[in-house]
Write a protein that binds this ligand. Structure first.
Ligand SMILES: Nc1ncnc2c1ncn2[C@@H]1O[C@H](COP(=O)(O)OP(=O)(O)OP(=O)(O)O)[C@@H](O)[C@H]1O
Length: 278
């Protein structure tokens, strides 16, 4: 890929492009002593009078793995849009830890301040190797141009090696990302988010299109992140949800219909009626 093409690719890739901008830092203010890393309280979002989120309350504990399920149109994507600053709610509050008001922060500040988001479709740089993709994801620390040409330092090399191991991609480090399987591309993209060391990861349908074996590997990956990163997984694949879920939140018509462990949620008649019974 020529320099020009690489630069163009960056401008088409919102998250990495964001990282070119001066780094926002509110890690020092992040206070999770009360438990949650994310507080969504009484949040309402209306589109032309239709309530996509309706007085939504959602709390995610620091380091927890949470699954969010719900029928189409329940408000799952809108919830992630609100947390990441893409959509501003009509009412309510959203806090990262107990002190950082995310509604006062820009999308860029939120992304750089420790909230990573992965959209459904993997977006990696196909002609760069797996390892280079991980190095590029660190661009925020030093600017894209510098990161394309700089020699990785010891600490960064170690971080890349850790993430390669964590994502099961150590054997693919030198392969162009475009040659990876669909599942491997998804892991690489999660790895790229991990390079920025997010405290909270929001993942939209991460196993869509994966083989059964890839799903099993993904379940292991998510479980290994537990404790060090809070991971919120929005997923329709119930078998996958069952395989990883501790706490499940069911959204319906923009608010929480049920919450609890998988067995509790699965046997809740309201949930069966609106979602699982489909
Ligand atoms: N920008 C918008 N303008 C108007 N309506 C919108 C907009 N964004 C979302 N909606 C509506 O808000 C509702 C909630 O949408 P959302 O995408 O959050 O649901 P979801 O739970 O993510 O659904 P899915 O499982 O299909 O992805 C839907 O009825 C959708 O049509």
């Amino acid at each position: 890929m020529s320099l020009l093409e690489t630069a163009k690719a960056f401008s088409e890739r919102d998250r990495v492009f964001d990282a070119v901008l001066p780094k926002a830092d509110f890690h020092g203010d992040l206070d999770t002593r009360h438990g949650p890393v994310l507080y969504v309280e009484d949040v309402t979002v209306s589109f032309d009078g239709f309530r996509a989120l309706d007085a939504l309350n959602l709390y995610i504990d620091d380091g927890e793995l949470r699954c969010i399920i719900g029928p189409n149109g329940a408000g799952k994507t809108t919830m992630m849009d609100v947390v990441t600053g893409k959509t501003r709610p009509d009412t309510g509050s959203v806090y990262f830890g107990s002190r950082i008001d995310l509604l006062k922060r820009s999308e860029t500040e939120i992304a750089q301040g420790g909230v990573g988001r992965k959209f459904q479709k993997p977006t990696v740089f196909p002609r760069h190797t797996t390892e280079e993709n991980l190095q590029l994801a660190r661009a925020g620390d030093k600017g894209v141009w510098a990161s394309l040409f700089h020699r990785p330092e010891e600490a960064e090399r170690a971080r890349v090696a850790d993430v390669l191991t964590l994502t099961g991609l150590a054997g693919e480090a030198g392969r162009p990302a475009g040659a990876l399987s669909h599942g491997q591309k998804q892991w690489l993209e999660i790895g790229m988010l991990l390079m920025q060391n997010p405290r909270l990861l929001l993942l939209d349908e991460p196993v869509a299109g994966m083989t059964g074996q890839e799903m099993e590997r993904t379940a292991e990956l998510f479980q290994s992140l537990e404790g060090s990163h809070a991971v919120v997984v929005v997923e329709h694949d119930m078998e996958f949800v069952r395989s990883i879920a501790r706490e499940v939140t069911v959204l319906h018509q923009g608010s929480v219909l049920a919450e609890g462990d998988m067995a509790t949620v699965q046997n809740d008649p309201k949930v069966v009626e609106v979602y699982l019974g489909e």
